[in-house]
Write a new protein. Structure first.
Length: 312
């Protein structure tokens, strides 16, 4: 073989070795352990040492990375150990639904385990016409209306509260039986929106009436229902004032009434017209009595005898 050809082969071989060097080095370096497997091992160790909250956290992280259904079973057992039965039931039921047959075969008493956990879980269905109402069980928010389905809760006696803006809160104690479902219809009542009406008057000590009820001397204020109200102000020597006022829900309304002094009976035109007729009539009658009329015997009456009866 010519020396030039041999040199060329050596150069080619060196080039190939240089290209393969990173791959060979990588093959010789051990691959880092799988993170999900690491987390599962941490969770198993925490379960064995009875640190159930730490185990649950590790299992949850591992499942987020691997989606291994076996981790659902492990999460369920950690939740069960912590007394979180509703969450334990969710994880175990998901394991039963998602795990392959060969994996479930490794848990021969799975159905008994799920049944035992179910005894500690109650289902609560809430029906409420108000959308967006908060549902609190044992002072913890567990959902808002409308619900997608029944709530899974710890069995036993519990405080229930349902509230929404503008409505009176609904509160009661409920007995949530384990392994059963309770259905409740919640009637929320709108809050009573109090309105306030304040009545003042320019006439001192004027008495105020609202819807016919005496409230005392102005200024006065009173809580009223939303809507229209009849307001009257009375004071001796003044003309009464009566008006209507519209008050909105939750509104505070102030009004001032200005009664005018009464002119009195003697100043009214209708009074003097009537009196005039009476006076004129009296004058006519008196004049008639004072006119001398001839007596039947021809003598004339004198003014002093005007009171004597007339004889025709």
């Amino acid at each position: 073989m010519p020396r030039s050809l041999s040199a060329a082969l050596r150069v080619l071989l060196l080039a190939i070795l240089a290209a393969l060097a990173p791959s060979l080095a990588q093959a010789q370096t051990p691959a880092p352990p799988d993170r999900a497997a690491q987390l599962k091992q941490q969770g198993d160790a925490s379960m064995e040492s009875l640190h159930y909250a730490e185990a649950l956290g590790a299992y949850a992280q591992a499942y987020a990375l691997s989606k291994d259904p076996a981790l659902l079973y492990n999460q369920g057992r950690a939740q069960q150990a912590l007394g979180n039965y509703p969450d334990a039931l969710v994880d175990l039921e998901r394991f039963a639904a998602e795990a392959p047959v060969e994996l479930k075969a490794r848990v021969p008493k799975l159905d008994e385990l799920i049944a035992d956990v179910s005894k500690h879980v109650a289902k609560l269905a809430i029906k409420c016409d108000v959308r967006g109402a908060r549902i609190l069980v044992r002072d913890k928010i567990v959902g808002t209306t409308p619900l997608d389905g029944p709530l899974a809760l710890d069995a036993g006696f519990a405080s229930l509260e349902v509230d929404a803006e503008g409505y009176e809160p609904y509160r009661r104690q409920v007995d949530l039986g384990g392994g059963t479902q309770t259905v409740l219809e919640i009637p929320l009542t709108m809050k009573h929106m109090i309105s306030v009406l304040r009545v003042s008057s320019t006439a001192a000590s004027a008495e105020v009436f609202v819807d016919g009820k005496a409230l005392g001397n102005a200024p006065v204020e009173a809580a009223v229902e939303p809507g229209e109200h009849k307001v009257a102000v009375h004071r001796a020597g003044f003309d009464d004032i009566v008006t209507t006022v519209q008050v909105a829900a939750g509104e505070r309304k102030d009004i001032t009434l200005e009664p005018q002094k009464s002119a009195g009976l003697a100043s009214k035109w209708w009074f003097w017209t009537g009196v005039g007729v009476v006076v004129v009539g009296a004058a006519v009658t008196t004049a008639a009595l004072l006119i001398d009329k001839p007596h039947s015997n021809g003598d004339a009456f004198s003014p002093s005898t005007v009171s004597a009866p007339l004889r025709f």
